[in-house]
Design a binder for this molecule. Structure first.
Ligand code: IPD
Length: 333
């Protein structure tokens, strides 16, 4: 591993896992306080605090805790967190190729957290050479801890290796996207413009859902459509193999960095959400972390006619044939 021995990376991994557990417990304590368990968590809120105020405060407190812990342990490492980035002026992509960097979302699935829908988590990635090599996602309400370190596998709750179905890892179905679960997100861009991102997404969702052969041959008739409301959990569920496809535009690097680390370590593929000019021949490249456009495919085993990777690439092309191009340039770019 460039700039770090395997042993050093192992130490960073152990630190990141403990940090994820501690931060997730902070999220859950604040949630319990809202449930009326203030005595248990020791954290009380006043009547005038709105759910959104509480969530914002929790988000900021958890990020400050994570940032402080990392700075104490690794003062030379760079830190990019959702809250600190959002408050700054720059919308530039800040993850470089050289500095070891932490990329953190203290609370992914913020809307879920506000409504106490259990799909929320803390998401911590460690990046070396511009690529996420460690991922830790802890969803405390679900008691699900996803972890990975390059070369050491991807895990659920420390003891269940990902993907879940391993003996054997299923190939991509021959008729895919038929037979697949397609995960997607409505996202935050809700502009009511006929050719805006929301309408392009909805048209793409309908193409994936429609009966085979419908919509001028674009009907994919997937087995099911799902939206968790947390990009990083979407990726973790794709790493589990529970989702076959995840397609989304608009997320930032902290929404996906840990999920990408976990999915890639489990054997999944992540490329761009936007279809190239010719989906059937274009080269399939690994996604750029800051691109804001993501198409993820679950880990796949070989069939009698193709390798796992060939099956994944076939599915990428099938998705590209059915989805619209999205416009999520970085503001100012
Ligand atoms: C959001 C979630 C959501 C995705 C949005 C993200 P947040 O992150 O990951 O699933 O669709 O684009 O911003 O705000 O809950 O940290």
């Amino acid at each position: 591993m460039a700039g770090m021995t395997d042993e050093q990376l192992g130490e960073v991994y152990a630190f990141a896992v403990q940090l994820g557990k501690d931060a997730g417990n902070m999220l859950m304590d604040a949630a319990k306080a809202r449930l009326g368990d203030a005595g248990q968590s020791g954290q009380a809120f006043t009547e005038k605090d709105s759910a959104v105020d509480i969530v914002t405060k929790t988000d900021e407190d958890v990020e400050a805790f994570i940032h402080r812990s990392i700075s104490l342990k690794y003062p030379d490492h760079k830190f990019i967190g959702e809250e600190t980035y959002s408050k700054g002026d720059s919308r530039d992509y800040l993850i470089g190729e050289t500095d070891p960097t932490w990329c953190v979302d203290p609370l992914d699935g913020t809307v879920n957290y506000t409504h106490l829908f259990p799909m929320f988590c803390v998401s911590i990635a460690f990046i070396l050479g511009g690529r996420p090599v460690i991922g830790v996602i802890y969803a405390p309400f679900l008691n699900q801890l996803f972890t990975s370190c390059r070369g050491r596998g991807a895990w659920l709750n420390d003891n269940q290796r990902l993907p879940l179905i391993r003996y054997p890892v299923p190939p991509i179905p021959e008729e895919a996207p038929s037979g697949c679960i397609f995960a997607c997100e409505w996202g935050k861009d809700r502009q009511d413009r006929p050719d805006g991102n929301m309408y392009r997404k909805v048209e793409s969702f309908v193409n994936m859902a429609a009966e085979i052969g419908g919509r001028q041959g674009k009907g994919g008739m997937v087995h099911g459509m799902r939206s968790l409301g947390s990009a990083t959990l979407d990726l973790a569920y794709t790493a589990m193999g529970s989702f076959d496809i995840w397609w989304e535009g608009g997320c930032w690097e902290w929404d996906v960095a840990a999920g990408i680390a976990i999915l890639q370590e489990a054997g999944g593929l992540v490329t761009s959400a936007n279809p190239p000019e010719d989906p059937s021949t274009a080269e399939i490249q690994d996604v750029r972390l800051g691109s804001r456009l993501y198409l993820a495919i679950r880990p796949a085993g070989p069939s009698s006619t193709e390798t796992g990777r060939q099956g994944q690439e076939r599915l990428v092309r099938e998705v590209w044939r059915r989805v619209r191009e999205l416009d999520y340039r970085r503001p100012g770019a």
